[in-house]
Design a protein around this ligand. Sequence first.
Ligand SMILES: [Zn+2]
Length: 501
Amino acid sequence: MIARINSATNVGFSGRIIEVECDASNGLPTLLIVGLGNKSIEEAKERVRSAIKNSSLEFPRKRITINLAPANLPKDGAHFDLPIALSLLCVSKQLNQKDFDGTLVVGELSLDGSLRPVRGIIGHVETAQRAGMKTIIVPVQNSQQAALIEGINIVGAKSLHEVYLYLKKEVIIPPQVLTTLQPSRYIQTGQSTLDDIYGQERAKRALIIAAAGHHNILFNGPPGAGKTMLAKALLSILPPLSQEEMIEVTKLHSLSGESDETIISHRPFRSPHHNASQNSLVGGGRHPRPGEISLAHRGVLFLDELPEYGRMAIESLRQPLEDGIITIARTDMHVSYPADFMLVATQNPCPCGYATDDTHECTCSAHQIIQYQKKISGPLLDRIDLVLEISRVEHKKLLKDNAKQRSFEQQILDARRQQAKRYKSTTKTNSNATNNDIKTRVQLSPTAKTLLDTAASRLNLSARSYFKIIKVSRTIADLEESVDIHPNHMSEALQYRYRQF
Ligand SMILES: [Zn+2]
C-alpha cells in the first residue's frame, strides 16, 4: 500500500505542491528518503523515528521508501518531518488515507514529538489555497502568520500526537482566526521622527519629496551631519502599509527565517554593513533566500557611505532598482523575490570626509577624491532622483525637545493618492513611472518647460536626467496639489540633481 500526503515547498517567492509518497514492504526494517532532498531532509529520519515513538505511536517495522514528488525539484527544510511522520502512520494503518482529503501538512518535529515553527509559512499556505485545499495543518507558532491568507482553514497544532488525535476526530482544533491588524509607522517606540530633528530644513524637505514620490535619495556630506538619523526619520513619514503589503513583507521575512511567528506591520528599515556579501545583500545561496534588498521591500534600504560597499554589491542593485524585483540564477533553477525598496544612501565628499567642511581640513589628494567618487557608477546614480548636499549641525542641537506633529504626513498621503489616480495603479509612483507615462500623463506649464529646456542645454543634461527632473518636479507639485508643474516646482527639482564637486 502507498500513502500520499500533500505538502509544499517554496520556490523563490512562489511555491509548489510536494506529494510525500510512502511505500512499505516486507523485508529488513529500513527507511529510505528519495527525491532531491538536502541534508535536513536526510536527517528527518531520526527526528521522525523518535517523535513517533515518543508520541505513544508505532513506528512500522518494515522496509520503507519515502519519495518527495516531483523528484526533479530540489527541496530544502525540515518542514517535511510532519508529513513524513503522518505518511508512516497512514501506511501502517494507524491513520486513514481519506483523513487527508483536501489537507496539506507542514511542520518540523522535535525528538519528543512536539512541533517547531517552519520558515516561509505564508508561501506554503498560499500554495495550499491555490491548489484548492480546504485545510492546512501547521505548527501552532506559525498559525498567526498563516492566518493572513484568507479562504483556507488554518489548524495550528502543538505536537504530532495532537495532529493524530485531530485527524482521528478525537479532538477539535478550532481554525485560527486573524487578530485585527494595526499598521504602524514605527519600528519601535522612541524612534526619532522628522519633527524631532532640529535644523536641516533642506534635508527634511527633500525627505518629504522622496516620501511623497517614492524617490531614491543620496545625502552627500561630512561625517556627523546626522545622515543616519535623517534616513531613519523617513520611516515616520511614509504612508502605513496596506494589508496586502503587510502580507508581502511578512512573507519575505518569514522566507528568510528572520520571523516565523509575528506579523510585520511597519515598513522595514534595513542597513546592511559595507562588508555584507553579495548573497546577503541581494539574496542567494545554495538554497536561495531573500537578501537585504528584499527584506527592505516596501521600506527603506539604507546604505551608509555608499562608496565603501564593494563594486559588485553596488552594481547588483541596478536591476532591482529598475524592476523592483530580483532574479537569482542557480544552475538548477531561477528564483525571484520582490525588492521594491526606497534607496537612501549617503556618501562623504572624500575618503577623509571633510572636503566640503568649513571646520576641518581635508587631508585627501585630488587623485584620491576622484577615485573615491568614481566608485559609484553612473548607472546607479541614474536611479537616484534626489541628491542633496548637507552640512554639519552642532550635535547637541540635532534633537530638539518638544516636537509637534505638522501636516506633512497628510500632504504625503494626498500626493500618493494623486499619483495612484494619475497612473491608475496603487504601486506606481512618480519615481517608477515610465517615460511614456510622463509624456502622456504629466503636464508642464509652458514657462516650466522653457525653464527646464534652458537648464538642460546649459547643464548638458542627459535624456535620463531630463525625465528624472520632471518626475521630481511632479512630486513637488503633487505636494502642493497643483495640477500643472510650474517654474517654482521645476527650479526646486533642479537643485536636487547630481553634481560633481
Ligand atoms: Zn578628504
